[in-house]
Ligand binder design. Structure first.
Ligand SMILES: Cc1ncc(COP(=O)(O)O)c(C=O)c1O
Length: 380
């Protein structure tokens, strides 16, 4: 059910990931997958184009998109969402910015670091300071330091930007961990914005717990969700802000139109199709990604035994510590000599040497070639 794109198909389908790479480079950077679209999504898009559905999308919350997401969240995560509390937004990062701007008071925003790097400047563009909650690169377990979170709030921070599951930590935080976060946040009457774009991508052995499914979070949190990462439709521009109390929803619906860059009609079509008819394809995808993470572990053990990686619980983005190989910027060497494009770790954790983020959502053959090229490049 998961069909690998050939190189030339991938170059046409993924203009950033493949289109920006030189022909001899294997791209394993931006979070897109080298797989063909799920058939229910391509069929829904073709039908929409044939029907000329290229006008403005409906402006209100709820509707078919709200219904489709609520049903998906119930089936996938056992989370009850009111469809009317699902508000469209152009993409997740814009939704984080809008939520921060509209709902949070002006104090600093706490950012767990390493972080999805385009969001590292989101505090600044909303006129806030960033307060980093830094994960020790040598920690065996990637956990949120609640004592430090408590101190950051005590020092004036007002909002936590949570990423659940986390890119690039690869963690799906447990219910107990999230309850711990909730307790600290409530103690300081602070807010949470929970970026859950990777929620459908939790791998066997872990579980997705939506932050809003934790008791006592409705009045201080919103979640940002999207079908984009799990179904490869990021270019269609449609994400959703999920609220859980009417007052928060009304504040978001009241914002001037110019503040929320509008989402796209075809994005709504694709998202509704993914949420409604995508479960079987998603199950096959999870099986494939589970196989890819096993393959990656085998390849690293065989070819790059000094590489260090914490367990990948969710996402298709592996965070790999290559400090033992002595390169400050292994991603630069891998591109230059190995002809493999991975993301440099210092983009996600400024100042951190020796780490990369590797996208494993490709074919077993390409992943094998990627690690083989890495092994030829690094130990030199
Ligand atoms: C945690 C996280 N949030 C947001 C995004 C980007 O989403 P969007 O394109 O909807 O802003 C990504 C992309 O990989 C991501 O990993």
């Amino acid at each position: 059910m998961i069909r690998d794109l050939t190189d030339s198909e991938a170059r046409r389908a993924l203009p950033a990931k493949w289109g920006m790479a030189d022909p001899d480079v294997i791209p394993a950077w931006v979070a897109e997958m080298d797989y063909a679209l799920a058939p229910p999504i391509s069929e829904a898009l073709l039908d929409a184009v044939r029907a000329g559905r290229t006008g403005y999308p409906a402006f209100d919350g709820g509707g078919p998109l709200g219904e489709a997401y609520a049903a998906f969240a119930d089936r996938q995560f056992g989370h009850q969402v009111d469809p009317d509390q699902v508000l469209p937004v152009v993409d997740v990062t814009a939704g984080v910015r809008v939520a921060l701007d509209v709902l949070s008071s002006p104090g600093p925003m706490v950012m767990p670091v390493p972080a999805y790097h385009p969001q590292l400047r989101i505090a600044e563009i909303t006129g806030r300071q960033r307060a980093d909650l830094v994960l020790d690169p040598d920690a065996q377990h990637a956990g949120l330091d609640l004592d430090r979170l408590d101190r950051l709030f005590a020092d004036g921070a007002r909002t936590l930007l949570l990423t659940q599951p986390h890119n690039p930590w690869g963690r799906a935080f447990t219910r107990a961990e999230l309850e711990g976060v909730r307790d600290v946040v409530v103690r300081h009457r602070a807010r949470v914005i929970s970026d859950e774009i990777h929620a459908p991508l939790v791998l066997p052995g872990a579980e997705q717990v939506p932050y809003l499914s934790i008791e006592g979070t409705a009045d201080h949190a919103v979640a940002l969700v999207a079908a984009s990462k799990a179904f490869n439709i990021a270019g269609l521009k449609c994400a959703q802000i999920v609220t859980a109390d009417p007052a928060t929803r009304d504040r978001l619906l009241d914002i001037p139109y110019a503040r929320n860059d509008s989402w796209s009609s075809l994005g709504v079509t694709a998202s509704v199709a993914a949420y409604t008819h995508g479960d079987n394809w998603l199950a096959a995808l999870i099986t494939r990604l589970d196989q890819q993470r096993t393959l990656l572990a085998q390849l690293l053990a065989e070819h790059l035994p000094e590489a260090r990686m914490r367990p990948l619980e969710a996402t298709y983005l592996a965070w790999i510590d290559l400090r033992a190989y002595g390169y400050d910027d292994p991603a630069a060497a891998l591109l230059d000599k190995g002809r493999v494009w991975v993301n440099p770790g210092h983009d996600y954790h400024p100042g951190l040497p020796g780490h990369i983020r590797l996208n494993i959502a490709t074919s077993p053959a390409r992943l094998t070639e990627i690690v083989t090229r890495m092994a030829r490049t690094l130990p030199a």
